[in-house]
Design a binder for this molecule. Structure first.
Ligand code: UTP
Length: 235
């Protein structure tokens, strides 16, 4: 028997799922891709909250909710999105997404795909994905976002921003630490706890445009892709 293939963890940004343009067709094709990838190796997908989460967080913040309460609003939205993807994947994913990392660990390998949302306040679904990746000794983590990788500056603000195809984890870690403040609904494409966990576990991270399905497939399957590959440091 060939050795079992190691799992891959995909952090699927909520902003990738719902854009208001072609979402139905995208979700159909994404479901097919996840099913096919999950048939080849165990796949865990952690789904984000996107604009819907941020809308609730902005509203809650203007009404005076505190950071924990705002995070909890975000978590509910990530779980709503996870429920949508899990239902689309039936019967290849648990019908009720796990609510914690330990629960998800028990399901990975028993189903082709395991889908979940956020867990507890204080981080984002990228951190959940990294914690899960460390636990299940994932071969790699893929971060599917709305930009085609990591750039030297914010590509939405600077048209001359350049994509960085290859980065070492300590450099990426510094970029995340500079770009985030750890507040609910943050906009930077990665999270502090997530980068700490990936560094410690020496798990590579592929950052790719989640709407570009051929590139997303390449990143999940460990082939060449257009995006950014963050490699563990050499020492
Ligand atoms: P996301 O993981 O979607 O954050 O969680 P994000 O990076 O801002 O968004 P996208 O989806 O990649 O565009 C949304 C919010 O929910 C809370 C945080 O406030 C986060 O910003 N959250 C999420 C938690 O507090 N804990 C979790 O485990 C997950």
């Amino acid at each position: 028997m060939p050795p079992a293939r190691r799992p891959v963890v995909l952090s699927l940004g909520g902003s990738v799922l719902l854009t208001g343009e072609g979402d139905e067709e995208y979700l159909r094709k994404l479901t097919m891709l996840l099913r096919e990838a999950g048939a080849k190796r165990p796949l865990a997908v952690v789904v984000g909250g996107g604009r819907t989460a941020r809308d609730y967080i902005h509203l809650g913040r203007s009404l005076g909710l505190n950071e924990i309460e705002l995070d909890e609003l975000g978590i509910v939205v990530t779980r709503l999105h996870a429920q949508l993807i899990a239902s689309l994947l039936a019967p290849d994913a648990p019908p009720h997404p796990p609510r914690g990392v330990a629960e998800a660990v028990a399901e990975v390998g028993r189903w082709p795909v395991v889908v979940m949302g956020g867990t507890e306040p204080g981080h984002t679904t990228d951190a959940v994905a990294a914690l899960l990746a460390e636990r299940i000794r994932a071969e790699r983590m893929v971060n599917a976002t709305r930009t085609a990788g990591v750039y030297d500056k914010d590509p939405r603000k600077f048209p001359d921003a350049k994509r960085l195809p290859l980065l070492l984890m300590p450099v990426f870690r510094d970029m995340v630490m500079e770009g985030t403040q750890g507040l609910a609904g943050q906009e930077f494409p990665f999270d502090r706890l997530g980068v700490e966990r990936l560094s410690r576990a020496r798990i590579p991270l592929a950052v790719v445009d989640g709407r570009d399905l051929p590139q997303l497939r390449g990143a999940i399957e460990g082939r060449a892709f257009q995006g950014t590959l963050v490699q563990p440091s050499r020492e």
